[in-house]
Design a protein around this ligand. Structure first.
Ligand code: CAA
Length: 385
């Protein structure tokens, strides 16, 4: 087993780390405070090829491997968690399914501008009354000649306000439940749909989270992705990859919190010594460092499995549930190490706690990750006889 990064992976890590240091860390607190979408930073990430990282160059992407992509998400999220999720949604939840399930015409028309960063994407699966039970959606897509007519609304859509292209899931036959769902790529310019409420959130405040409203929107049938009735599989296979991205985002947030707490523990003095010399603080730092390493190993394992074409849904779920809950624990301890200063906005510790929390919820709650893992281990047990 080899844990060495190759030259490309090292270069991606250095590029992403330098970008985070120079372009994200100095502005992240202000973006959070004002809830400002990081347009300038996203444009620069597009120039670096970070919006379609694992998409082949032929389709407008950077053509790097999954591990390079996931390393970039960790580094970018260390700089700014909001920028991390904007990037992750575009790469994992929109480019990836278009690459895997789209045809060449769809790739040419929709994937290229998404992967190059000319246009931004969002992923519209959840609805006001269906989140974890994704198949319980009510949004309809009724065939009318060579079009589908879409009616319904979607909720919790990251990038909803800014996205030009939306990967939308809707039912053409609710009586068929899972098999009645199809995926569509919707071009907002071509067929404008409504942007509903922009949510006020606890964290990741510089990314938008909105509802989307589809009121008799006519989509050409040629914009169905992956074939009629295959939408649920498109959604779940996409989320498998997305979950590795969110795990890497959680890891990046934890690292930011840990690095700042470590530095603070070497500066702050109490009772005549640095607080980092006290056993109680050292114990927290040791646990934080260990959990960060453990999460990274799970994430890398899942990313390599995806790259190698193995079944990786269970590994992605393990990476996400562990990394997101680890991030909550690590950011909590980082705040504690800062004492009262951790609780006020002069330091970043409170922002990291707020940013980490969502990683236990979106792209599948921790409860859903455990369900996926349990089902897989039970299947493996049954297969082993
Ligand atoms: N890949 C491909 N197909 C899959 C799959 C996967 N990972 N998992 C299941 N399937 C297939 C199954 O094989 C099955 O097909 P067949 O009947 O042909 O065998 C079909 O899908 C149904 O599978 P299940 O019976 O397991 O379906 P279920 O209704 O029990 O649901 C679930 C399973 C795991 C609970 C799933 O609904 C789920 O993951 N829910 C969470 C949804 C989620 O993550 N939502 C987040 C939305 S995105 C977001 O957060 C917003 C954002 O912008 C960031």
């Amino acid at each position: 087993m080899n844990f060495e990064l190759n030259e490309l992976q090292q270069m991606v890590r250095e590029t992403a780390r330098s970008f985070a240091d120079a372009e994200l860390i100095p502005v992240a607190a202000e973006l959070d405070k004002k809830g400002t979408f990081p347009s300038v930073q996203i444009d620069k990430l597009a120039e670096l090829g970070f919006l379609g990282m694992a998409v082949p160059e032929r389709w407008g992407g950077a053509g790097v491997d999954q591990l390079s992509y996931i390393i970039a998400i960790e580094e970018i999220s260390r700089g700014c968690a909001s920028t991390g999720v904007i990037m992750s949604v575009n790469n994992s939840l929109v480019c990836d399914p278009l690459l895997r399930c789209g045809d060449d015409e769809q790739r040419d028309r929709f994937l290229k501008p998404l992967a190059s960063g000319e246009r931004l994407g969002c992923f519209a699966l959840s609805e006001p009354a269906s989140g974890s039970d994704a198949a319980g959606m009510r949004c309809t897509a009724i065939k009318d000649g060579d079009h589908y007519v879409i009616n319904g609304s979607k909720n919790w859509i990251t990038n909803g306000k800014e996205a030009d292209l939306c990967l939308l899931f809707a039912h053409h036959d609710p009586s068929e439940r899972l098999r009645g769902i199809s995926a569509f790529i919707v071009d907002r310019k071509q067929t404008p749909y409504g942007i509903g409420k922009v949510e006020e959130k606890l964290g990741i405040k510089a990314s938008s989270t909105t509802s989307l409203i589809f009121d008799n929107i006519r989509i050409p049938a040629s914009q169905c992705i992956g074939g009629e009735g295959n939408g649920f599989k498109v959604a779940l296979s996409t989320l498998d990859g997305g979950r590795i991205g969110i795990a890497a985002q959680a890891l990046g947030i934890a690292r930011a919190a840990f690095e700042e707490a470590l530095a603070y523990s070497r500066e702050r003095q109490a009772f005549g010594s640095y607080i980092g010399d006290f056993g109680a603080i050292q114990e927290m730092l040791a646990d934080m460092a260990t959990e960060i390493e453990a999460a990274r190993l799970l994430i890398w394992r899942a990313a390599v499995a995806k790259q190698d074409g193995e079944r990786y849904g269970k590994m992605a779920a393990m990476a996400k549930v562990y990394a997101s809950e680890m991030s909550a624990r690590v950011t909590h301890k980082a705040l504690q190490i800062h004492g009262g200063y951790g609780y006020v906005k002069e330091f970043n510790a409170e922002r990291h706690v707020r940013d980490a929390r969502i990683t236990e919820i979106y792209e599948g709650t921790s409860e859903i990750q455990r369900l996926v893992i349990a089902r897989e281990v039970q299947k493996e047990h049954a297969a082993a006889g």
